[in-house]
Design a protein around this ligand. Structure first.
Ligand code: GDP
Ligand code: IMO
Ligand code: MG
Length: 446
């Protein structure tokens, strides 16, 4: 409150960001589906359909790539912000699938300032990965990287451009004049026909038109009325373009650092009061790049195949690739807590650790005889570090039916307390299963 009477700019309810703390697939969709109960608006702020968020609730099991995880509550507004790269074909297909399953999508709003993934982006993603050979990033191949490259190169096409052929035509022709030279000259690929693209994307634009609008007002107006707003992150902070394990990262800003979240919907950092980091009780990664605690033994197979018989093992939601598995890495996790400015942790898949005799947490790295407790910037160094582990006793009782912290096995409680100490952040939410109700709320986030 300012001392002088005048215009106030204080809003009672915080905007809460949910961000992935590791290399993606931490269970963000599942946590957002739970927290959305109290929110008025749920907005995705970054990435594209490289994301895959699994939600299990009373309506069934769903895998969302672009639509926010709040969509299962018919009264909530769901927003796809300007920071998201949108493949219109994929989005319209996702909307149709949801509708076919009886899910109301009428309150979905898509930013008219969002970048569009065009056919050349998908082609370039695949051609570029092929050219990189052994140094391939292991992208999802959905065109997200090349789309963000064009955004920065000021060559991108935005959702609003799809509305009129008169706007779209010149932009596509100009983009393809450049991109076809790259496709044929650099990669030896086949050029793309501009007329076909213009016709197809004008038609997609017409179908997308009813959803287009201003993501900023959709987020800020309810916030100013005192309602809760939830911003849903995609991917994980260690895939962040700035802070992640570069160059094995994605091409957008998954973290909330420098308000990547605010940037992606059109609000400023002072409106965001809380950032919740979702972390698995261990680590996974899909795609290539450093992973100091990676395991190649039967513990990895056991963790990967937990729930496989129900299609719930550690296999990519978007690409189906087996996820690489490792112990919880407190070094990279603490780094992630710090650059995201996290206020709380949501720890997921605790139940997957049930029955293990011992559980390890990496508390530092060994590098040429010295101990390192921060994440090195150089990839060649990161490839050489050896994890230093602390061993904790495991537990035998199943945790998936537990709903109170005090009812967890003592060893599980000790594990969680140790995670809090090492990550320097409180665990406010614990997930013990994929379904909405399989959660222990230690401290309400809203
Ligand atoms: P996201 O991309 O962060 O939303 O995560 P994904 O959906 O790609 O991957 C997380 C997987 O773990 C999904 O299959 C979820 O259904 C599942 N999941 C989430 N939380 C839990 C949990 O606490 N226990 C178990 N067993 N599965 C969970
Ligand atoms: P969610 O939201 C896990 C990874 C890819 C690859 C790298 C770059 O489900 O957590 P890209 O296609 O983005 O250019 O690929 O980033 N990646 C993800 N990994 N979960 C995701 O999303 C991911 N999105 C991108 O596997 O290593
Ligand atoms: Mg995922």
């Amino acid at each position: 409150m300012s001392a002088r009477k005048g215009v106030e700019r204080e809003f009672p309810m915080p905007i809460v960001v949910v961000v992935g703390g590791q290399w993606g697939d931490e269970g963000k969709g599942r946590i957002v589906d739970l927290l959305a109960r109290k929110a008025r608006v749920v907005a995705r702020y970054s990435a594209g359909n490289n994301a895959g968020h699994t939600i299990v609730n009373e309506r069934g099991e769903f895998k969302l790539h672009l639509v926010p995880a709040g969509i299962f509550y018919p009264e909530k507004t769901c927003v796809i912000g300007n920071g998201v790269a949108i493949d219109p074909d994929v989005l319209l297909g996702e909307i149709e699938n949801l509708r076919a399953k009886g899910i109301d999508t009428s309150k979905l709003l898509v930013s008219d300032r969002a970048q569009v993934i065009m056919p050349w982006h998908v082609l370039l993603d695949q051609l570029d990965e092929k050219m990189r050979g052994n140094a391939a990033i292991g992208t999802t191949g959905k065109g997200v990287g090349p789309c963000f490259i064009d955004k920065v190169a000021r060559r991108g096409i935005r959702t609003a451009d799809l509305l009129r052929a008169e706007d779209l035509g010149p932009r596509v022709r100009s983009a393809l004049e450049y991109q076809n030279r790259v496709i044929t000259g650099v990669y030896g690929g086949e050029p793309i026909d501009a007329d076909q693209v213009i016709a197809r994307y004008t038609e997609l634009g017409q179908r997308l038109a009813p959803f287009l609008g201003d993501s900023q007002s959709a987020v800020l107006e309810p916030h100013r009325r005192g309602e809760y707003v939830l911003l849903e992150g995609a991917q994980g902070s260690l895939l962040d373009l700035d802070h992640g394990t570069y160059p094995y990262v994605t091409s957008s800003v998954p973290s909330s650092s420098s308000s990547g979240a605010g940037l992606g919907v059109g609000i400023g950092p002072t409106d965001i009061k809380r950032v919740v980091g979702v972390f698995k009780s261990y680590c996974t990664r899909v795609g290539n790049g450093p992973f100091p605690t990676e395991l190649f033994d039967e513990t990895a197979d056991r963790l990967r195949d937990h729930g496989k018989e129900f299609g719930r093992g550690e296999y990519g939601t978007t690409t189906g690739r087996p996820r690489r598995i490792g112990w919880l890495d407190a070094v990279s996790a603490r780094y992630s807590v710090r650059f995201n400015g996290l206020s709380a942790l949501a720890l997921t898949r605790l139940d997957v650790l049930d029955g293990l005799e011992t559980i390890k947490i990496c508390t530092g790295y060994e590098l040429d005889g010295t101990i390192v407790d921060t994440l090195p910037a150089r990839q060649s160094v990161l490839d050489r570090v050896r994890p230093i582990y602390e061993e904790l006793p495991g537990w035998t009782d199943a945790t998936s039916e537990v709903r109170n912290f005090d009812d967890l096995p003592k060893q599980a409680q000790a594990f969680i307390k140790r995670v809090e100490q090492l990550l320097e952040c409180p665990v406010d939410l614990i997930s013990v299963g994929p379904a909405r109700e399989q959660a222990i709320i230690v401290n309400p986030i809203f």
